[in-house]
Ligand binder design. Structure first.
Ligand SMILES: Nc1ncnc2c1ncn2[C@@H]1O[C@H](COP(=O)(O)OP(=O)(O)OP(=O)(O)O)[C@@H](O)[C@H]1O
Ligand SMILES: [Mg+2]
Length: 358
């Protein structure tokens, strides 16, 4: 952890923007300000920003409505423009490594090295083999720039840009601490992406992003029931409001339940393929436990399907478990309603102004 004030955590997800401003408390994290703004499905499609103006406008509005004065913020990127690999390189000193890393990275990254920003962490030194293991992270500069510009255009000052998976891991570590003698998996299932991070002995050992998430469920409900997006989304989230009394949830057709079960099971199947790949190639021990979070973790059938397929105990992890609300400006009901969707925004809000890591 760095020094100074916490940055405002800004998660630009494909379905909504989540913004958290926090301070450290004795027991955990104290929420000072909270902002949430849904994005129309056409604004960010499959991780691509299609309507930058709409994102910038929503960002500025969220900061204004949530009464956030601080402009310094932390952002994160995810998706296909991010590559995380565990690699081995010959033993060398820190300064040699800093010089060599671009060249080493080039061997492992399918993009032109000029187009990516490379970061790394030394995982293990193995002098007996004259080798050291690194976690190599590369993110495309144009995506980082694109996200930073969205923030700048909303009059914000982006200070750090992290990776979704690491942000979630940071928050998990803060909240639960990472087991040093076990392998666990943390899965963040959002609207367009499901990201899997396998953490062995406290270090990320494997990450993968699956282009499947809550959107696929909503689209399938739209298709099968012939209803518009809003109605399908409402059905999925527990029932559309009844036309006679909008405060009462309506009845969810049985078909909706079937769609939810089928799609969550297809997500679970893809996760299982990644777990199998990891088990077959990593040489790490069995996965002891799987944690699911993200907006789509609200669907109980997701954890059930993953548990059934993986035969590993699955827990739905709430990112707000160490969070207390510390200001009257925070809409507690909204935080509660959106709790599962906050691992990235809250993880980012733990970042400090003066940190060496970019
Ligand atoms: N109560 C609920 N029941 C079912 N699904 C829900 C519920 N609440 C939110 N979701 C779904 O969760 C998804 C949004 O989650 P989240 O905010 O984590 O995604 P995102 O960060 O915007 O998207 P991504 O990370 O994929 O770009 C949407 O598909 C939404 O329909
Ligand atoms: Mg997300």
């Amino acid at each position: 952890m760095g020094e100074g004030k916490n940055l405002v955590g800004v998660d630009i997800g494909s379905a909504s923007i989540k913004v958290c401003q926090v301070k450290d408390t004795k027991k955990g994290i104290g929420l000072l300000r909270f902002g949430y703004a849904p994005l129309a499905p056409s604004v960010i499609v499959d991780g691509q920003v299609m309507d930058a103006g709409a994102v910038t406008e929503a960002l500025a509005r969220v900061f204004h409505d949530a009464k956030i004065k601080q402009k310094e913020c932390a952002l994160s990127v995810s998706g296909q423009s991010v590559i995380i690999r565990k690699i081995s390189v010959p033993m060398m000193t820190e300064s040699e490594l800093a010089e060599q890393i671009q060249w080493e990275a080039e061997q492992h990254i399918p993009f032109d090295i000029k187009d990516v920003r490379v970061d790394y962490q030394v995982l293990r030194r193995r002098p007996e083999a004259s080798q050291m293991d690194l976690l190599l992270v590369a993110a495309k500069r144009d995506q980082i720039e694109e996200y930073a510009n969205l923030a700048r255009n909303a009059k914000l000052k982006p200070v750090v840009c992290d990776i979704d998976a690491f942000t979630v891991q940071n928050l998990f570590e803060f909240s639960r601490s990472l087991p040093q003698d076990q392998t666990i998996a943390v899965i963040n299932v959002g609207a367009s992406l499901s990201s899997l991070n396998i953490i062995a002995g406290g270090v990320s050992a494997f990450t993968r992003e699956i282009a499947n998430g809550g959107n696929v469920i909503t689209e399938e409900i739209q298709k099968q029931l012939g209803v518009p997006y809003e109605q399908a989304e409402a059905y999925k989230c527990g029932g559309a409001a009844s036309p006679d009394d909008p405060s009462r949830p309506g009845i969810v057709p049985h078909q909706v339940v079937q769609v939810i079960e089928a799609v969550t099971d297809s997500i679970a199947a893809e996760i299982q393929r990644s777990l199998d790949f990891f088990m077959a190639t990593s040489g790490e021990g069995e996965i002891a436990k799987i944690y699911v979070t993200g907006g789509s973790a609200n669907l109980v059938s997701l954890a059930q399907s993953i548990e059934r397929r993986a035969r590993v105990s699955v827990e739905t992890w709430s990112p707000v478990e160490r969070l207390s609300i510390e200001a009257k400006e925070v809409n507690a009901q909204l935080v509660n309603q959106r709790a599962a969707q906050l691992p990235v925004a809250l993880g980012l809000s733990l970042r400090k102004e003066r940190e060496v890591r970019a």
